[in-house]
Design a protein around this ligand. Sequence first.
Ligand SMILES: *Cc1c(COP(=O)(O)O)cnc(C)c1O
Length: 368
Amino acid sequence: MSKMTVPFASFRPMHDELRQQLDQAYHKVADNSHFILGKECKAFEEEFAAYCDAKYCVGVANGLDALFLILKAMDIGEGDEVIVPSNTFIATALAVSYTGATPVFVEPELKSYNMDPARLEAAITDQTKAVIAVHLQGRPADMDRILQIAGKYGLKVMEDAAQAHGVRYKGKRVGTFGDAACFSFYPGKNLGALGDGGAVVTNNRELADKVRAIGNYGSNQKYSHIYKGVNSRLDELQAAFLRVKLTQLDKWNEARTAIAKKYFAGIQNEKIVLPLKPDADFGHIYHVFAIRCRERDALEQYLADLGVGTVKHYPVPMHLQDCYADLGYKRGDFPIAEEISDTIISLPMFYGMTQAQVQYVIDVINQF
Ligand SMILES: *Cc1c(COP(=O)(O)O)cnc(C)c1O
């Protein structure tokens, strides 16, 4: 087996195929000279809402802002608690903190890596206002069970779908199971802009209007400011690029699924724990294909030495992040999140990855 280089990810195959359309998108916006909240943004919002089978989509500056704006529009703030998974990307928790509310962590299931609904109820207090279900790695959270418990306590439910564009839960794409959903178009996401971008998706007209106003200086019409808002809008240029890329999203997700299938079939090493396979209820779009290994750091070095790029999603759980030292948690408080953080590592996964590259990753892992 001769050494190969397999990057963790590459945008080139996607963008090379779309070069002409992306160039045209740039020229369209440049010629039009309407750089903020123009036609492209509006058209992308309509197209992405339709893709998610949702009534409304509001383009915003990034995924973190999408979460923050939903929470603000729900009037969540100081003195409130919002439940988030103990293993997620930091943005889920930071959005809560930015409103002045407190994130309260709930452990994931060790198998699915998503919030364990069986542990949700114990985290609810009189201060709890909402639950943020994260569809981590591109696998949907167990929305029915989360919604049932949240409903019992009158809590709002948000989906953090930043890693989950297009994945299906019980046959329906994520984004409208809760009161509102956040999407990120950070370049590395399954649908990525050529820069930052994000969106709020919802079926609630009032919430969509409020998110839109808060993200546009709190303004519902020019120079009338009904909220102390912020500036968080989806750039016209990014919207134009995203319109081009959205047409390919399903194809790209399928390509990722095909790579995942090869990993499932090929990786056979008792030191390696593979992710849970998708089924009729829980789809997967493999934002990442993460495996677990007790000797994770040795595996990481071994793969790097053999030319295989990996990333850890994520090496430090929320309660052990320095920025949350004020919450007073210590190691041992969320053992499942800690176990995942200590053992997880994501394998190369990108549209355009060759058969030979996939096979090389499999062979190298099997020889570890
Ligand atoms: C990427 C991500 C975000 C934040 O999105 P940005 O566009 O980077 O701000 C939020 N939540 C999760 C789970 C993410 O993966």
